[in-house]
Design a protein around this ligand. Structure first.
Ligand code: FA5
Length: 357
């Protein structure tokens, strides 16, 4: 009995596949290609030997050999695709430009990636706290007419309370005086007017944003700073609701170790009014330069909506009542991160900024 020329075809095919798997570069693959599938390859030699077989046997053996060739050729193509892909990736990696590496006069400078500043991060955290308490977040313009910034808030022209806010005037002309808003309280007026126009009372909103005052910058003041205003207009609202919101917010934001307190205050648009303070986090209440040796830092003002303000926007004070508060976002950032001087927030000292990244 003659042994078939294909007796060890399976073994030979598996050897070819192992060789293909061992090819680690396109160059090696090109070199090996002729011996794997070319005219002088094992498979081609086997093909030639089929001529000695009977026609029936030759047909079956031919089919077997053809299948073996298909398996080897497709393994070779897969290997080629894989090697091409890694060659492409290697070339891209080699061509990659390092955009953080800036060379000036042969000196390499590393550029670092930017990130949100402390005030923006604080604003987001405060918004989160109030959203968690059921408030929505609204926005208002930074350039306001005198009416929104003062008059609708019960501060007519020449009212002594205008002295509470050293104002940047944009336009003193007719028909309107235009100012950079000195506080976020005018946004209360926009919100209430909008709710009246669209019949969508009640309101439970906070309104963060930038404000401007001709204040001399010092440890607790900037000329451009940020406030977050709060406004609730609903039925049956009391001063107890306001005190509860302030207490809940200070605990949520500063933690249980920082005490807060309300002190009687004066704002023309709220009655009664209060100022609220937290323990100075720099000295933990002992007294230091930042808190003017009082142990407390004023965060903001608050109070029950004055009937004159409800009148100005056309809300019926017999049906609706409410409260408002407004406090410094920069002050919150300063206290939370124990910055003894607020000017660190705007000086752009990279040693300070990098601590936040
Ligand atoms: C107001 O601006 C009132 N609109 C707050 C208010 C709203 C009262 C609603 C009643 C009802 P005041 O001027 O006190 O109040 O400022 C509030 C807070 O803003 C201050 O406590 C402080 O945290 C912050 N702030 C004020 N001026 C500056 C400034 N120049 N730099 C940084 N923060 C400031």
């Amino acid at each position: 009995m003659t042994t078939s020329p294909l007796a060890s075809l399976a073994e030979q095919t598996s050897e070819l596949l192992t060789t293909i798997e061992g090819l680690t570069s396109l160059e090696a693959l090109r070199e090996a290609e002729a011996s794997l599938t070319g005219k002088r390859s094992v498979l081609s030699n086997l093909q030639k030997s089929l001529g000695a077989l009977e026609p029936e046997e030759r047909k079956a053996a031919g089919a077997q050999l053809q299948e073996a060739r298909r398996v080897v050729e497709s393994a070779l193509e897969e290997r080629r695709a894989l090697l091409l892909q890694s060659a492409r990736l290697a070339s891209l990696e080699a061509d990659r430009l390092d955009l953080g590496d800036v060379v000036v006069n042969d000196v390499h400078w590393r550029l670092s990636i930017g990130h949100p500043g402390l005030v923006a991060l604080t604003q987001r955290e405060l918004e989160d706290v109030f959203v968690g308490m059921g408030f929505t977040v609204a926005d208002g313009p930074e350039v306001e007419s005198d009416w929104f910034n003062f008059e609708a808030l019960n501060i007519p022209p020449a009212h002594p309370a205008r002295g509470m806010w050293d104002t940047f005037y944009v336009d003193l002309g007719e028909p309107e005086t235009v100012v950079l808003r000195t506080h976020t309280s005018p946004t209360q007026i926009h919100l209430m007017e909008q709710a009246v126009a669209t019949d969508t009372l009640p309101i439970h909103s906070v309104m963060p944003g930038r404000c401007y005052r001709r204040d001399t910058p010092d440890a607790r003041h900037l000329m451009g700073f940020h406030q977050i205003e709060g406004l609730v207009v609903d039925r049956g609202i009391s001063f107890g609701d306001l005190a509860g919101v302030i207490e809940t917010f200070t605990r949520a934001y500063f933690g249980p170790d920082i005490a807060s307190r309300l002190r009687p205050g004066y704002f023309p648009f709220t009655e009664p009014s209060a100022e609220f303070e937290v323990t100075c986090t720099i000295c933990r209440g002992e007294g230091c330069r930042t808190c003017s040796f009082t142990g407390w830092i004023e965060l903001g003002g608050c109070g029950m909506l004055d009937p004159a303000v409800l009148d100005a926007v056309g809300i019926d004070g017999d049906e609706w009542s409410g409260f408002a508060f407004g406090f410094g976002i920069d002050r919150c950032a300063q206290m939370r991160h124990q910055l003894d001087d607020m000017r660190a927030l705007i000086e752009n000292d990279t040693r300070f900024l990098e601590q936040l990244s």
